[in-house]
Design a protein around this ligand. Structure first.
Ligand SMILES: NC(=O)c1ccc[n+]([C@@H]2O[C@H](COP(=O)([O-])OP(=O)(O)OC[C@H]3O[C@@H](n4cnc5c(N)ncnc54)[C@H](O)[C@@H]3O)[C@@H](O)[C@H]2O)c1
Length: 237
């Protein structure tokens, strides 16, 4: 029987690529997102009860990818804490809701499993004007390490990916925001993003999805608690 994966944030750039990668490898895929679409169930990850009910309804699951997320930028001295809370609610609280709910269902099933959370290179190195986003992504690293340590006896592996700049609606929104704030052409801003770090290019969402898929296969059976850069060298510059 096909292995079963749940992709949270399946309507997004990286989440959608994960759906395609897992399905292409023969997995049965269940997708969820705040914005439901074709084959994607409605789920708000900030609602712990809704996430718990979704996990219960999902039945036996071998892998979970958490690719829901939001980005926001503001100078630290002008932090709007309602906006800070929204970033934390989706990027960190939502991830904890998913980790908790699927830990329960995977432990009860007793067949092991794998979870992959989308952190960011910005969780490994701070970026100006992105304190909420960076803190939420750095927090994910702690969540992943703690959950991984706890779930080893249940053969459940928990890892995170730390991508650099990936071509998705989120990065396009960031580029448009910088263009608006600086009065620059959005194409010039995009070129700047492509030149950031040693990567010197924008990464494809499929490149991230392939690593997420690999982490959920037996070839990675000894990898847990890791936050793996998938950044084409972004952090090396
Ligand atoms: N694009 C990049 O350059 C990049 C780099 C590093 C990390 N990431 C991370 O990868 C993940 C995926 O990002 P993406 O670039 O595909 O962005 P995206 O905006 O294309 O997708 C994010 C998805 O999350 C969903 N979402 C937002 N709030 C939600 C909620 N409350 N409940 C359920 N779903 C919700 C959105 O509807 C959207 O479909 C995010 O966590 C992001 O921070 C992205």
């Amino acid at each position: 029987m096909a292995q079963r994966a749940v992709i949270i944030g399946a309507g997004g750039g990286i989440g959608g690529a994960c759906v395609a990668a897992f399905a292409g490898a023969g997995w049965a895929v269940l997708g969820a997102d705040r914005a439901p679409g074709a084959g994607v169930s409605a789920l708000d990850v900030t609602d712990a009860d809704a996430v718990a009910a979704f996990a219960e309804g999902a039945g036996g699951v071998d892998a979970v990818v958490y690719a829901a997320g939001v980005v926001d930028t503001m100078p630290i001295a002008e932090t709007d804490f309602a906006r800070w809370r929204r970033v934390m609610a989706v990027n960190l609280d939502g991830a904890a809701h998913v980790a908790a709910a699927f830990a329960r269902s995977m432990i009860a099933r007793g067949a092991g499993g794998a979870m992959v959370f989308l952190s960011s290179a910005a969780g490994l190195r701070g970026e100006a004007n992105a304190s909420a986003y960076c803190a939420s992504k750095a927090g994910l690293r702690g969540l992943v390490e703690a959950a991984a340590a706890e779930l080893v006896p249940h053969h459940i592996r928990v890892n995170a990916l730390a991508p650099g700049n990936v071509d998705t609606p989120m990065l396009r929104e960031v580029a448009a925001g910088i263009a608006r704030a600086t009065g620059r052409d959005v194409a010039a801003v995009w070129d700047d993003l492509a030149r950031t770090g040693a990567a010197r290019r924008i990464i494809g969402p499929d490149e991230v999805a392939r690593v997420a898929l690999s982490l959920c296969t037996p070839g990675f059976s000894a990898v847990t608690g890791a936050t793996l850069p998938v950044d084409a060298g972004y952090l090396l510059a």
